[in-house]
Design a protein around this ligand. Sequence first.
Ligand code: 0CH
Ligand code: SF4
Length: 346
Amino acid sequence: MSVRKRRPDDMPDNSSKPPLTIRLCQPRGFCAGVDRAIQIVVLALKKYGAPVYVRHEIVHNRYVVEGLQNLGAVFVEELDEIPDEHHERPVVFSAHGVPKSVPADAQARNLFYLDATCPLVSKVHKQAMRHQRLGRHVLLIGHAGHPEVIGTMGQLPEGSVTLIENEADVAAFVPEDADALGFVTQTTLSVEDTAGLIRALRQRFPTLTAPAAESICYATTNRQEAVKETAVGADLFLVVGAPNSSNSRRLVEVAERAGAKMSLLVQRASEIPWQNIGAISTLGLSAGASAPEIIVDEIVNAFRERFDVRVDLAVTATETENFPVMSALRDVELTPSDMAFVNGTV
Ligand code: 0CH
Ligand code: SF4
């Protein structure tokens, strides 16, 4: 990990305030799949006008959802919530992916849909389908009820996939053929916990087949690694993210396990529980893959009001991933202010 100080002109004279070092994780915040998904909604609004329907929160972040609502996006949980008179309007599927029944339903209703499923989630779908095509029963490691899990299970015929959430599920699983099993996982799981579950599965089923490529994605892995390194000895670790954001919640757990004295998930600076924080001198700070950078800035500024803050950037990886949008939207141009929204800086 390399540590860089942020530019000195960021730092007002705070000599009367207690000193605080903020270890700011890099990478943090938006990943390439989130960036692409938000871009798809913005581009669709520009190309087709409002309203653009979005099935499920495009990513699990209220600030992003409200920003898109202000631009004319309308969020629904299911396609049947789209009023009949709006059936010619586009509908975008969220970054988390959808079961096969959803595009089929959209087609049956004559809806025009744009699928913003992250390409790395689609890759997991393909791996699961490949296991099944080759005659393997699929074990999906993930969290029940999460939209990505519903989407991945929904790629496969009923009865051909079993959800594994924990060691008890590993112990309880009784396969029809113990030598014809393959697994995939949700993309946003704890790297450490998942490795444990795979070990436990392999102990019971030594011929279990792994997917051809790792299911936990680069962004999840990098953000957890960064938190692991910066949380050691931190008095407090804050993760910017929503309670329904799987990847953000995993970061809070990683910080706690790595040795942060206290680790919390916050959606905005207004959620920081100042009365419980007490005297701290080191704060770790990161953001889930769906959390915009502007909220990280808001939190740093909230600490600046109370502490003499020094920000150390803790760089553990460099990310260059970029996922292009579908060809139907490539003829639309984004203005600098659209770009700032897509990048999470406004
Ligand atoms: O971490 P989850 O999957 O809950 O989703 P998010 O917080 O919206 O982050 C983006 C990931 C989307 C699909 O992998
Ligand atoms: Fe894609 Fe990973 Fe981001 Fe999910 S967290 S959208 S899988 S890059």
